[in-house]
Design a protein around this ligand. Structure first.
Ligand SMILES: Cc1cc2nc3c(=O)[nH]c(=O)nc-3n(C[C@H](O)[C@H](O)[C@H](O)COP(=O)(O)OP(=O)(O)OC[C@H]3O[C@@H](n4cnc5c(N)ncnc54)[C@H](O)[C@@H]3O)c2cc1C
Length: 883
């Protein structure tokens, strides 16, 4: 029976809270009926939690009483996410709005969910730091809402979206117990549930704390306005800029209608006689700004620009942004309501998509205006609604909306790039995802929220028929892959006979998985085999080396799709010919794209470009029951449903077999140089590091190396690499030299060929081969802690590592130790600093006796539940990870 406000036992809830924390007065509840979308619903009550314990108590109570819980930040959401459409209890986070801890040197911040986006950015800016995700609603929207929606903004073209900055979360799932996911260190050995929760719209758990990484605030910025005759000319110019390998900080797009509306409201100086305009901003060191702008202007001139106007002062720049960010407010003067869509398409499809959207709106006689993130292909058509109660008009608006999003999906885009699905787009989810994909998301929901009390009804389409299972295995094609048998008696006490399968396609792989599942036999997934030495044998080995090669190379859209068995080295060699790269590196020649994603093996250069979780846009995955799902899309913004790509990064093949991957492309850095500094005294070297961390903007490595041949004669060597535009590299290395000089450094060598990540890769590879070139697998341990804690950890561990060689990746809080140290002691010290130490390789005699992980994440129970749900027989990569 549906509960009514009268039948809910609010007295028992009030007993758990302080006076004033719960409101149930119907008049006061009216404020909470809406967010910024056109959806409506009255909650039964609102609670203002002050702490995580409040949240836990309320969630436990709600579960016991079967009352829906809807988290709310500022209520600026544009898809009805914070609307209590079927009643329930709203948790309003306005009181949990504290910045808990800012770590300036380590560049991270811990916050409560009610902190307002702009307040955070302004606070960290005072300390020279930068939080890039900047939704146009940043003056009001909260970080909790941003994380739950995976919000983006104008600067996400260069810097990425919210998920790229969330390293950890504390959440309260529906059982009321708090769970920490990730944290301040990177790459914790656990499923990336903080990546999964980001963008989950409050349907999996309540966010009570977030760990956020920050960047250095760029020292300079310049902004221009470019006017075009037509929308499609402006769209072509965006594609051309990107195709040329330019990376401005923003590329924002407005059509004429929108410019007139904004100009009327804000007098921002927009070119209202033009058909469309772009706001392009570049940032970096002062010397590089004009060089970047000259190059951009040259491309615009080649693409029919009518006029280019540079902002001449900070005032002028602010005016432009004020206008852009208040587009929604300006629209409100024209019509009492509007439907904002935010489908995303690969950027090269912008111009044709805009033409189609205009035709759709014309056909439905709907007025439309645009302002959107052109660089991301994230289109915001605003469909004007003159009367919300006009049923006929509303039907036309929704029908036009459906066709617009269908158009985006047809162009290999998505139904929402940043506003979320909520109520508004749930019916459109089947446009994008098939039943298997939707069911995979539903199963996650059931693992986290079995009673369905967390924001129920949001995201998922109501159609029950969708639960029918697909899966290609049953009716799949006959395998064309290779199959052979191998006895693995030597290394396996059970003397298992191992069948080796080499599928040639996703369908082949799917059939192999399906067959082995039916006879209950386990499968070891093998990429390049670089990690397999650590793993026990299995009845079937599924080798990915024939899932090889580039499937699609899309430089204008900055992505490349490849077979998962493609060696990274081959991919990079192919891309180098086009002056492009995927900012990944692996020490091992044979390492495959699938293997590196599954093991989440990141090089030091992730400090500049992000880690694998940031670089993988989409994956094709065969699940343990033979279902094939495509997760993510080849666009930089997709917030439709759960971000399943994050689950497969670093889950060591225990949740699925990756057969194809789509990765972000980057233009090859035009310039790169490194400073190499001999370090006689470790303490002093760590002080230099502390100061150098403040400088890092174009830096792609900051390493402290011991025992790495060919660097210096000193006990340790510091390496600082910067890459990017020549002007930025030169300016940064000059600053770094200045820091070192003040620190009393005697000798600094500048090297134009060496890069920190290559030094790291060669060191790992050399060890593996041994001095005589013969394969010699030794012990390699990776430690991860918050970057601020690595120097003190290093000081504690150094005396016991005299015989070892190591590289401390100081900016990322990682340390790699070869051949040495007492693992138990290293782990104990890492755990004290809320970090971890895992064994990456080991000689044969150690394999069976060592626990490679030594780590029990708070999410282990949830991990096990998900594994059990997707792989109840435990057949995929047994023993490869914690589950
Ligand atoms: C004028 C305007 C401009 C906008 N521009 C942009 C833009 O450029 N980019 C962009 O991405 N969005 C934009 N938005 C949309 C909106 O501002 C974002 O989605 C924002 O992230 C919502 O934050 P909020 O605090 O208002 O969240 P709310 O609207 O309160 O909630 C949004 C969702 O988050 C969930 N949630 C909130 N807090 C928590 C929590 N602590 N734990 C779990 N779930 C939680 C809610 O349940 C809901 O599902 C804009 C909106 C407006 C009105």
């Amino acid at each position: 029976m549906e509960k009514t406000s009268q039948s809910i036992d609010f007295a028992s809830l009030a007993n758990l809270l302080q006076p004033g924390q719960l409101i149930t007065n119907p008049v006061e509840l009216i404020t909470y009926e809406v967010d910024a979308s056109i959806d409506r619903g009255t909650p039964d009550g609102v609670v203002y939690p002050q702490s995580r314990d409040d949240v836990s108590r309320v969630v436990r109570w709600a579960t016991e009483h079967d009352v829906p819980i809807i988290a709310r930040g500022a209520g600026t959401g544009l898809s009805g996410g914070a609307v209590a459409e079927n009643g329930g209890l709203i948790l309003h986070f306005s009181h949990m709005n504290h910045i808990l801890n800012l770590d300036i040197a380590g560049r991270s911040v811990v916050i409560e969910p009610g902190v307002v986006n702009r307040n955070l950015d302004e606070y960290v800016k005072q300390n020279g730091l930068y939080y890039p995700p900047d939704p146009a609603s940043s003056r009001a929207a909260t970080l909790g809402g941003n994380i739950a929606e995976n919000a983006g903004g104008p600067h996400c073209f260069k810097y990425g979206v919210t998920t790229n900055y969330v390293t950890g979360l504390e959440i309260v799932p529906s059982d009321g117990g708090a769970v920490q996911l990730g944290g301040r260190a990177l790459d914790y050995p656990e499923y990336d549930f903080s990546g999964l929760l980001t963008g989950s719209e409050g349907t999996l758990g309540i966010i009570t704390k977030a760990y956020i990484r920050l960047l250095r605030y760029p020292p300079g910025v310049e902004t221009l306005l470019a006017a075009f005759d037509t929308v499609s000319d402006a769209g072509d110019a965006v594609s051309a800029l990107i195709g040329r390998g330019l990376v401005p900080a923003t590329v924002e797009f407005m059509d004429q209608k929108m410019m007139v509306i904004i100009e009327d409201f804000a007098q921002a100086g927009l070119p209202i006689t033009a058909g469309a305009a772009l706001i392009i901003e570049v940032d970096g060191y002062k010397n590089s700004l004009s060089a970047q702008m000259d190059e951009i202007a040259a491309v615009l001139h080649e693409h029919k620009v009518l006029d280019i106007k540079m902002a001449q002062s900070e005032d002028e720049r602010e005016k432009i942004w004020y206008g852009r960010n208040n587009a929604a407010g300006a629209m409100a003067r024209l019509a009492p309501a509007y439907l904002t869509l935010d489908g995303t398409v690969p950027r090269s499809k912008l111009a044709p998509t805009l033409t189609e959207i205009n035709q759709i709106c014309e056909r439905y006689a709907i007025q439309v205006a645009y302002v959107f993130h052109g660089g991301d292909g994230n289109i915001h058509p605003f469909l004007l609604i003159s009367d919300l109660s006009d049923q006929e008009l509303m039907k036309r608006v929704h029908d036009a909306g459906y066709e617009i999003l269908e158009t985006c999906v047809r162009h290999d885009g998505t139904i929402t790039g940043e506003h979320g699905v909520g109520i508004e787009k749930r019916a459109y989810m089947p446009l994008l995802y098939n039943n298997d994909e939707l069911n995979a998301m539903r199963e996650i929901k059931e693992v986290f929220d079995p009673r369905n009390i967390m924001n129920p009804g949001k995201i998922f389409p109501e159609d029950q028929g969708a639960r029918e299972q697909g899966g290609m295995g049953a009716g799949g094609k006959r395998s064309k892959g290779v199959e052979r048998q191998e006895s693995r008696g030597e290394s396996n006490a059970c003397n298992k006979i191992t069948k080796i399968h080499i599928p040639g396609s996703t369908e082949d792989a799917c059939e192999i998985v399906f067959t082995s599942r039916n006879i209950n036999q386990d499968i070891r997934i093998r990429g390049g085999g670089t990690k397999s030495s650590l793993l026990p044998d299995a009845e079937h080995v599924l080798q990915t080396n024939q899932l090889n090669g580039i499937i699609e190379y899309a430089p204008q859209d900055l992505y490349v799709s490849v077979g998962a068995g493609t060696p990274i080295s081959e991919l990079q060699a192919a891309l180098t010919n086009h002056n492009m790269c995927v900012p990944l590196t692996s020490p091992w020649d044979k390492a495959t794209v699938g293997g590196i994603i599954a093991t989440n093996f990141n090089a030091p250069l992730r400090m500049r470009y992000g880690g694998l979780r940031d670089l993988v846009l989409a994956l094709t995955v065969v699940m343990p029951d033979g279902r094939v799902i495509r997760v993510g899309r080849p666009v930089v913004k997709n917030v439709a449903g759960y971000d399943l790509t994050k689950l497969f990064v670093g889950s060591h093949g225990t949740l699925g077999l990756i057969t194809e991957a789509t990765l972000k492309l980057n233009p090859m850095p035009r310039n790169r140089a490194s400073l190499v500094v001999p370090v006689e005294d470790l303490e002093l070297g760590l002080q230099w590091n502390h100061e150098l961390m403040r400088v890092c903007l174009a830096a792609s490595a900051l390493l402290l190396c011991k025992g790495v041949k060919g660097l210096s004669d000193a006990p340790h060597t510091l390496i600082y690499t910067a890459e990017g535009l020549a002007e930025d590299v030169a300016a940064e290395l000059l600053q770094a030299r200045g820091v070192l000089e003040v620190g009393g450094v005697g000798r600094v060598d500048q090297n134009h060929t060496l890069s920190g990540s290559e030094v790291w890769g060669h060191w790992l590879q050399a060890d593996e081969k041994g001095s005589n070139g013969v394969q010699k697998i030794t012990s390699l341990v990776r430690v991860g802690v918050a970057p601020k804690d690595l120097p003190s950890l290093l000081k504690i561990l150094a005396p016991s590592l005299n015989e070892s060689s190591y590289i401390a990746d100081l900016a990322n809080g990682m340390m790699y130790i070869q051949n040495g140290g007492d693992l138990a002691n290293i782990r104990a010290e890492a755990h004290k600093a809320n970090g971890y130490a895992v064994r990456l390789t080991a000689p044969k005699h150690m394999i069976e006796t060592t626990d490679h992980w030594g780590y029990f994440p708070e999410s282990l129970e949830l991990m096990r539940k998900l594994k059990l749900r997707w792989d109840p027989q435990g057949l995929f990569n047994p023993g490869a990870f914690l589950v």
